[in-house]
Write a protein that binds this ligand. Sequence first.
Ligand SMILES: C[S@@+](CC[C@H](N)C(=O)[O-])C[C@H]1O[C@@H](n2cnc3c(N)ncnc32)[C@H](O)[C@@H]1O
Length: 334
Amino acid sequence: MAYSETEKLNQILIGAALSNAVCTVTELGIPDLITAGTPVSAESLAQSIGAHQRSLYRIMRYLASYGIFKETPNAQFDHTALSEALRADAEGSYRAGARTWFQLFPTFGTLHHSIMTGEAGFIKEYGKPIFEFLGENPAMAPLFDAAMTSFHGYETQAMLDAYDFSGIKVLADIGGGIGSLIGSVLQSYPEMKGILFELGHVLGRAEESLKSQGLGDRCKFIEGNFFESVVSGADAYIFRHIIHDWTDEQSVQILGNCRKVIPADGKLLLVECVIPTGNERSISKDFDIVMMIAPGGIERTEQEFKDLFSKSGFQLTSVTSTSTMVSIIEGTPV
Ligand SMILES: C[S@@+](CC[C@H](N)C(=O)[O-])C[C@H]1O[C@@H](n2cnc3c(N)ncnc32)[C@H](O)[C@@H]1O
């Protein structure tokens, strides 16, 4: 059915329900209770989790109308590609991403604060910046790490396809999370060595993950805070979804610390969305709002990256787009 312009507006106005519904059914474990090709009734799903049957049916029907699950003619629910990606065992599972937003959903209510003050709404809601909050919440932090792999893991192969990392002897992944990026690059370039630089509370999980892939002896794990210093000893420095977490001033501080240790012929690689100019619909503009309210950062245009680079002692040498939302923004020291 085609919607009128005002009905479209209605749909947008109550659109928070969609995000909340996906995150909630994932938190409840519904995607894992359905095996593709074997539909399950809402009654049976409700019994499995002790839920109110009619309410669960209505949520499932709503999600199915967006292509997340599908309802069969006899009122059972089966998977679609989108709902299957929410299963714990899906390749590149989005479960952790959905569960993280289930936990942090109140952040979306803080947009007014962010617009009026320029401060991350997260701070108003939770009393401290997100990375401090995670460091003090041992239950939440591993979920957030896994969510980063949910949201960004699929970008790695696209980066490897688009950008030639050959010639790099030691690659330092700064704020590398649990190592999904550095692990894949090291697997693809067997001569390369890696350094994973992270906050102390994340590093243990990164080390465990790389060791389980047999890469423990090709990667050093260095604890640090990139606002104080960046590890030396690499000829290329990669920052994936780091700079978008921070304001321009903070970003210049981080990149300035990288500038102090990068060799004269070294490479700086940022992996980020590049916001297109004009009215074009782009998921980078959605992530930009998430950056505004959660860490207090910014998704940037190419010109904004050029400006950041020049303020930090780098020049932007290339922007390589990938088949995903991210590009590889390369710079060299000046
Ligand atoms: C948005 S996540 C990106 C993780 C990873 N690069 C990826 O692409 O999946 C940001 C990362 O920065 C790390 N981080 C935040 N503040 C940091 C700091 N001051 N020093 C070092 N790492 C930090 C966090 O622990 C987190 O893993």
